[in-house]
Design a protein around this ligand. Structure first.
Ligand code: WQD
Length: 346
């Protein structure tokens, strides 16, 4: 079996991607310093996949510690690099923390990839690299605007570093995956997104519905959109996960047209905040306690993907609709509530 190193494997998208990789016949090891990820993700993966996944508790900003992984695993053939901080507001308040963490870790893992001849590298990027684009649906060839946050800028810089590595090393295959808004959870509800203090819309919705938050705000209903609230391209985390597996298979099978390709991972459908709330209420049967509040600084008004390139070249397609995104997110929240109740009883 081909061995893949997943950095950030104890995180939300990393963990779901490990499940998809194993289901598609790959052997997987994880590296995660657990500063944001949780071993609970690996426990869930073991239950779903029926096998344990080894995690190296290593901070990738430490070059020597990072190298030990490659010394111990000379058979790594591909890397999927998720490990990074990803809170937009935190990046605004602590920019240097984001530049140091997200860039140093990328440089170290790339150095090891070159030194240990790992020739397939998938980089976790983001639609936030497009900034406030007014050409919609946005294509991969769209010019990258001034990013809205240091987080988004670390993704732009990360893409540029990967591009330079591909130029310098023709045998090194880089695939840049620009996620839109990943939401939902594995259909088993055994794994999902762990957000103590939720910032993103869907965890805020489910935590409000379950009673962890007593009300939520819709940030702005005076935008020039069909109902005044912001538009995003919400995509199920398992569709995102499968795109990573397909991206590795794409370069491993030698199907890539160049050794540095970029793909949008979105459904191609824009959904407003109010439409998403309605979808959640319909699927869950819960009435959500929300108020219409002021705009949130840094929000992009509207963004959704043109995903034709990924669907055509990666043999990838969307399997989950909005109702399934809401249903799996809600069932995951209910799982967490049951488990918290069990812990309290013991
Ligand atoms: C979505 C919409 C909010 C919370 C995220 C990540 C970013 C990137 C893309 C990966 C906005 C509104 C939110 C709330 C609300 N992911 N909202 N009330 O900002 O699009 O970016 O996905 O790379 O890293 O941050 O996602 O879920 O925070 O917001 O009205 O309580 O929901 O204003 O319009 P965003 P989000």
């Amino acid at each position: 079996m081909k061995k893949i190193l997943v950095t950030g494997g104890c995180g939300y998208i990393g963990g779901h991607t490990i499940v998809d990789l194993i289901e598609n016949g790959f052997e997987v090891i994880s590296v995660d310093d657990l500063s944001r990820g949780s071993l609970r993700m690996l426990q869930g993966i073991e239950k779903i996949a029926g096998k344990p996944v080894k995690n190296y508790k290593v901070n990738l900003c430490n070059a020597d510690d990072t190298e030990t992984i490659f010394i111990e695993n000379p058979d790594i053939v591909g890397i999927i690099h998720f490990a990074a901080f990803k809170s937009v507001p935190e990046s605004v308040s602590e920019p240097l923390k984001y530049y140091r963490n997200n860039i140093d870790s990328l440089v170290n893992i790339l150095q090891c990839a070159i030194n240990y001849k790992v020739n397939h590298f998938v980089f976790s990027s983001s639609c936030s690299v497009y900034g406030n684009t007014n050409v919609l649906p946005v294509e991969e060839t769209a010019p990258l605007a001034e990013p809205e946050s240091p987080y988004a800028r670390t993704k732009q810089i990360g893409e540029a570093i990967c591009r330079d590595m591909a130029k310098q090393y023709p045998g090194f295959n880089v695939t840049l995956l620009r996620y839109f808004n990943p939401v939902g959870a594995h259909s088993s509800a055994i794994i999902g997104e762990l957000q103590e203090k939720p910032e993103n819309l869907v965890p805020v919705i489910t935590q409000t519905a379950i009673g962890k938050c007593n009300e939520m705000q819709v940030f702005g209903t005076d935008y020039s959109t069909r109902d005044g609230s912001c538009v995003r391209d919400y995509i199920h985390v398992m569709d995102i996960a499968n795109a990573h597996t397909k991206a590795l298979q794409y370069t491993m099978d030698g199907n890539n047209e160049s050794n540095c390709e970029v793909f949008n991972l979105g459904t191609g459908k824009g959904v407003t905040v109010l439409e998403l709330i309605n979808a959640f209420e319909k699927v869950s049967g819960e009435k959500l306690n929300y108020i219409l509040g002021p705009r949130r600084a840094g929000d992009v008004v509207e963004v959704y993907a043109n995903n034709a390139k990924a669907r055509a070249l990666l043999d990838w397609d969307i399997k989950y609709g909005l109702d399934q995104m809401m249903d799996t997110a809600w069932r995951w929240e209910q799982t967490m509530k049951r488990e918290a109740a069990k812990v309290q009883m013991n």
